[in-house]
Design a protein around this ligand. Structure first.
Ligand code: HEC
Ligand code: HEC
Length: 428
């Protein structure tokens, strides 16, 4: 299926994966539907367990009637234990923290590869692990009053909360790989700190399976929402905002390009001003766009039978008739982006500077990004031809080969220097 795999479990031989096995049957229609079922990935539950995705729906509903701040702190603490516990996976070898590493902005530590999972850590994931930082202002998926999609968790927004999302990786065959939510509950009941989880959730030893599952999901959400590590706001950018540091000339040029509507235009999607009523910019508007990023030729996404079209499927299944949305993925925050390689939903771009270059040269030098097929550049080659018209053409895009670039090679370096000021832990 793919020739290059993640190096994380370097001692594990690359056993043939289920997808590879299916692949060899050659029955592509069957494969497509099986893929959709298997690719629950890290989001809502697998189809077989879809009735179990009833967690709390947003961070505020986690604090149930009568529960105190002390209880919420207890939930954060036990959520921290759960997030880092490899016993939460079927194989006992993969924690949430394995793919969401604190020193990597809570994204994947592998750097250039897509994550592996499954009981033997040999099942290839097909999407890059996104940062989990700065998601507290994200809401459930919805269309705004102009019909534009926004919010939701995962690259296609199919989970409405982090609690609902947590079931995705627990049940996904290529992640933590439990066979059912009952198997998840049985594992949670065996943890030495079960009593701590139950009491933090207002439960006791008589708790039902459904209550234990909800407690697990709620604790994982409380941890990500409440632990300061996920929203530090300690970058150089923040220090400059607070008057405690100043940008270099290059970083200042980068910020100006980032904000300029006719140059980088980055801020139109990666907002550089705080949301209403807030004091810190989040560098995302939580919206959705199709950028037409190239196919990842060195991973499972090179599987000719799998095309990830984001909002319209096949991983997400409820918007498959909205072909106008095919190719759209959620705008990620750019805070800590220097730590979260590889870039874009399919990890197709290895370095931050190349990710910025993609914006500068996608249209004026497409042969740099896409293969030449039969003498022509196969532009937007990770989307079916029918949907390539969905790809965004606003600045910095929308140019033809030969036209003057909106962003020079120097501008790309300046923008990259600015993006590096968004990494937390700056010491003036
Ligand atoms: C095998 C690697 C892996 C493991 C283990 C894993 N994740 Fe993920 N995570 C991913 C990937 C890949 C995505 C993107 C999935 C998608 O878009 O469909 C993701 C997405 C997410 C998101 C959505 C972020 C956003 O911006 O919307 C959250 C939240 C999350 N994971 C939390 C968790 C939690 C909690 C656990 C443990 C229960 C966990 N993850 C385990 C790889 C992993
Ligand atoms: C039209 C909206 C839009 C504009 C304008 C835009 N971006 Fe993005 N950006 C996105 C979306 C959507 C993604 C995710 C796309 C995907 O993975 O398919 C993304 C992803 C990225 C990533 C990868 C982040 C990661 O975690 O993988 C970087 C880096 C980035 N953008 C930087 C920039 C810069 C720099 C600019 C300006 C030159 C810019 N963006 C302009 C919407 C936009």
């Amino acid at each position: 299926m793919n020739t290059q795999r993640s190096t994380r479990p370097s001692t594990t031989p690359a056993a043939p994966s289920l997808l590879a096995t299916l692949h060899s049957t050659g029955r592509s229609a069957l494969l497509a539907s099986l893929l959709a079922a298997l690719l629950a990935a890290c989001g809502d539950g697998s189809p077989a367990d879809s009735t179990d995705t009833t967690g709390p729906t947003d961070p505020t509903t986690i604090v149930q009637d009568g529960s105190s701040a002390a209880t919420e702190a207890a939930r954060v603490a036990v959520g921290d234990l759960l997030f880092h516990d490899t016993r939460l996976s079927a194989g006992g070898n993969l924690a949430c923290a394995s793919c969401h590493v604190q020193t990597r902005g809570h994204a994947d530590a592998d750097g250039v590869f897509l994550p592996l999972g499954g009981p033997a850590l040999d099942q290839q994931g097909l999407r890059s692990s996104p940062t989990l930082d700065y998601l507290n202002d994200n809401r459930g998926f919805a269309f705004d009053n102009q019909g534009r999609p926004a919010g939701g968790f995962t690259w296609d927004g199919r989970a409405d909360s982090r609690a609902a999302q947590a079931l995705g990786p627990l049940l996904a065959a290529n992640e933590m790989a439990h066979a059912s939510s009952a198997a998840v509950v049985a594992r949670v009941r065996s943890l030495p700190y079960l009593a701590q989880l139950l009491s933090a959730s207002g439960l006791d030893a008589a708790a039902s399976d459904a209550q234990v599952l909800e407690a697990l999901q709620g604790a994982l959400q409380s941890y990500q929402a409440g632990d300061q590590d996920y929203q530090l706001f300690t970058s150089k950018f923040d220090a400059v905002q607070d008057g405690r540091a100043s940008f270099t000339a290059q970083e200042a040029r980068g910020l100006s390009l980032f904000n300029s509507p006719q140059r980088g235009n980055c801020a139109s999607c990666h907002s550089s001003t705080p949301p209403a009523g807030q004091t810190r910019a989040l560098f995302t508007n939580f919206g959705y766009f199709a950028l037409g990023v190239p196919r990842n030729s060195s991973s499972a996404t090179a599987d000719p039978l799998f095309m990830d079209m984001g909002l319209c499927g096949p991983v997400r299944t409820d918007l498959s008739n909205r072909t106008d949305l095919c190719g759209q993925f959620k705008v990620p925050t750019l805070r800590n982006v220097a730590l979260t390689a590889p870039y874009f939903h399919n990890g197709a771009v290895a370095t931050l500077q190349d990710a910025v270059s993609f914006y500068a040269t996608r249209d004026i030098d497409p042969a740099r990004w896409y293969p030449v097929v039969d003498g022509a550049v196969d532009k937007f080659n990770d989307l079916p031809v029918a949907y390539r018209g969905n790809v965004n053409q606003q600045p910095p895009f929308g140019l033809q080969p030969g036209q003057a670039p909106r962003l020079s090679a120097q501008d790309v370096q300046d923008l990259t220097a600015f993006l590096r000021t968004l990494t937390d832990g700056f010491v003036p």
